[in-house]
Write a protein that binds this ligand. Structure first.
Ligand SMILES: Nc1ncnc2c1ncn2[C@@H]1O[C@H](COP(=O)(O)OP(=O)(O)OP(=O)(O)O)[C@@H](O)[C@H]1O
Ligand SMILES: [Mg+2]
Length: 368
């Protein structure tokens, strides 16, 4: 007998939500004795608990995934149990994609029935395509049909995800109308239709800034319940989000431990919030806002970047110099207009804060 040397599978760069949080999902399903909508793997209560975090009666800690108003998540989850689809709307970096992934992982046990919307998305990506080799050899048959993730979700009563809905051309978007109103997908080539199993629904996401690109038709809009995800309400909430995500990302990327980055997290969040709001936190100085969004997601990557710099090229402690470059890169998206905004902020605000002198120096060094 020969033995084949099996190399261990390489660790995944980014496991799906249902993989990363398999233990939490299992524990929740085990204690969950509330009624479950057809095909759901847990009750709406358990889904909201999974998103917002809690400690279960058996002691299992459910980590918060979404930080923000509970009511929004309740509305989102309740919508998915009705015949309306869910549209998550918001400015970039407000966790629309993140929430959509976790919702489908909790409800259907899988977040992978995903269609990425782009200006090139064709109807086949929403309905079905054909395996042309088979089609030519055997003619149209069910075996030659290549189902879209949405068609697969209809068959199994699962949640399908549709990212960036408004980037999809309007005539292609309209392929969704029959699916959402009649819950069926005709396949005229085969003289048949696929009727959705109970539990099927769609979570779409769309970016506020894209509005107007391909506005949703009113026929389609009526089939969606819209939940707007806001930017974090308070500075402490935003610090909390960034801290949590940086910790998770840092351990997923196996970055060497970088001690308490709390100071720098607070500083980055403060800078982003002040520039976004166009006024300093003490309400004294009016500021110009840069053209970019300065989202929470960007704050997370500024810190993660800084941690990699400090771990590999610095002294292992996150310092102002490790984040200055990434902060400036986030603020200055438009080289002309945003440079003015940044220079004003640097000289009028950063320079005046004694405890920020390290950061001021680091920024000046980059600006030259
Ligand atoms: N309120 C929040 N709670 C938890 N995580 C958040 C929150 N806001 C932002 N994040 C984090 O920000 C990151 C980016 O979120 P995501 O990619 O889902 O944004 P998005 O709204 O889909 O943005 P885009 O419009 O650019 O697609 C994620 O890592 C997410 O964890
Ligand atoms: Mg997104």
């Amino acid at each position: 007998m020969t033995t084949v040397a099996t190399e261990p599978a390489p660790a995944l760069l980014r496991p799906h939500a249902e993989q990363s949080f398999a233990d939490e999902l299992r524990a929740l399903r085990a204690v969950d004795d509330r009624p479950r909508p057809p095909s759901w793997t847990m009750s709406p209560w358990a889904v909201v608990t999974y998103l917002l975090g809690d400690t279960l009666t058996d002691g299992t800690v459910i980590t918060p995934k979404y930080v923000g108003p509970r009511r929004l998540m309740e509305v989102a989850v309740a919508t998915l149990a009705t015949d309306r689809a869910l549209l998550l709307l918001g400015v970039p970096g407000t966790a629309k994609t993140w929430v959509s992934e976790h919702l489908s992982a909790a409800i259907s046990g899988s977040s992978t029935l995903l269609v990425q919307g782009t200006s090139g998305t064709a109807e086949e990506a929403i309905r079905y395509g054909w395996n042309y080799a088979r089609l030519l050899a055997e003619g149209p048959s069910e075996a030659a049909l290549v189902p879209s993730p949405i068609l697969n979700a209809m068959r199994t009563g699962a949640i399908a995800r549709l990212e960036e809905l408004t980037r999809i051309p309007s005539d292609v978007q309209d392929a969704l109308i029959t699916i959402l109103s009649e819950k069926t997908l005709p396949v005229p080539e085969l003289g048949m239709e696929v009727q959705a199993a109970k539990g099927f629904n769609i979570i779409a996401t769309a970016n506020d800034r894209d509005r107007g690109v391909n506005e949703l038709s009113s026929a389609l809009r009526r089939r969606f319940n819209t939940v707007v995800l806001p930017l974090p309400g308070s500075e402490s909430e935003e610090i909390d989000i960034v801290t949590r995500r940086v910790e998770q990302l840092g351990s997923a990327l196996e970055l060497p431990e970088v001690p308490a980055a709390a100071e720098e997290v607070r500083r980055v969040v403060r800078i982003f919030r002040e520039l976004r709001a166009g006024i300093t936190a003490d309400g004294r100085t009016k500021l110009k806002s840069p053209s970019g969004t300065l989202s929470t997601a960007e704050a997370i990557s500024v810190i993660t970047n800084g941690m990699a710099l400090s771990a590999h090229f610095g002294d292992g402690v996150l310092r102002a110099a490790d984040i200055a470059g990434a902060v400036i890169g986030s603020v200055i998206k438009d080289p002309a207009a945003d440079s003015v905004v940044w220079t004003e902020y640097l000289e009028a605000v950063v320079r005046e804060r004694r405890e920020w002198s390290d950061f001021y120096r680091a920024c000046r060094e980059i600006n030259g």
